[in-house]
Design a protein around this ligand. Structure first.
Ligand code: ADE
Length: 237
């Protein structure tokens, strides 16, 4: 996967590739991350990237000219769809992440200030994407969320141990509880079944925990899910 990110803060975005799984993915060449700074595509002496909004009001708007030049340059080496991160976008879900992970390249456009000139969205943006109903001070953290969630789904990036197929959200449920040593912490014991060695019983217990947690904490997710007869029976037990 080839990621190109258009951002006024390339150091911030590059940080996502300096640690953990994404760093490993870059080293394995499963992903590349290239940042393009619209400020480098300005032509005035002050390197201006924003301007006052037509109609007045607070804040500034990212100018179109340097953005258009940046996009033109990015497209020389990245043929992916252009995703604009914004609270006006359609909400990111695990299903959307799975679809993005099928692509071979993506261009992520990060806004700052009040946003970007609307005509850039009309002319250049293929999809507007939000990571939740709250407002960040820019699209960078959202782009990093996208890069992280996509990268861990790419073939060979996660080891066998933490395979993405085992992600609870892959099947639309919350995760089950996890435990490691010691067996007892402040009188709280590891559930006996996890020490039984009975893998079928453990899998059943985990699925029941996932269903129960989702029922309690996120009934909206459960309502969307088509439960199998076995899952329905576990939930009713
Ligand atoms: N930029 C600012 N807020 C955002 C959000 N919630 N999602 C995506 N991009 C954003």
């Amino acid at each position: 996967m080839q990621f190109a990110v258009l951002t006024l803060f390339p150091e911030l975005v590059q940080a996502v590739a300096q640690h953990g799984i994404i760093r490993r993915a870059v080293e394995q060449q499963a992903v590349s991350l290239a940042c393009y700074n619209p400020r480098d595509y300005t032509t005035d002496v002050h390197r201006t990237v924003d301007d006052r909004p037509y109609g007045g009001g607070p804040g500034m708007v990212m100018k179109s000219d340097c953005l258009l030049r940046t996009i033109r340059d990015v497209r020389q080496s990245n043929l992916g769809r252009l995703i604009y991160l914004s609270p006006q976008g359609s909400p990111l879900t695990q299903a959307k992440v799975q679809n993005f992970a099928q692509e071979s390249a993506l261009i992520l456009l990060c806004g700052r200030y009040e946003g970007i000139d609307e005509r850039i969205i009309q002319l250049e943006v293929d999809e507007e994407c939000s990571i939740g109903d709250y407002v960040l001070s820019g699209g960078e953290l959202a782009a990093m969320v996208l890069i992280d969630s996509i990268t861990r789904l790419l073939p060979g990036v996660l080891g066998h141990e933490d395979s993405a197929e085992q992600d609870s959200f892959a099947e639309g449920l919350l995760d089950c509880p996890h435990y490691t040593r010691p067996e007892s912490i402040a009188g709280l014991e590891v559930p006996a079944i996890l020490k039984s060695g009975n893998h079928a019983a453990i899998a059943r217990w985990r699925k029941k925990q996932m269903l129960g947690a989702t029922w309690l904490k996120r009934p909206d997710l459960l309502a969307k899910k088509d439960l199998s007869a076995a899952e329905q029976a576990l939930l009713n037990e």
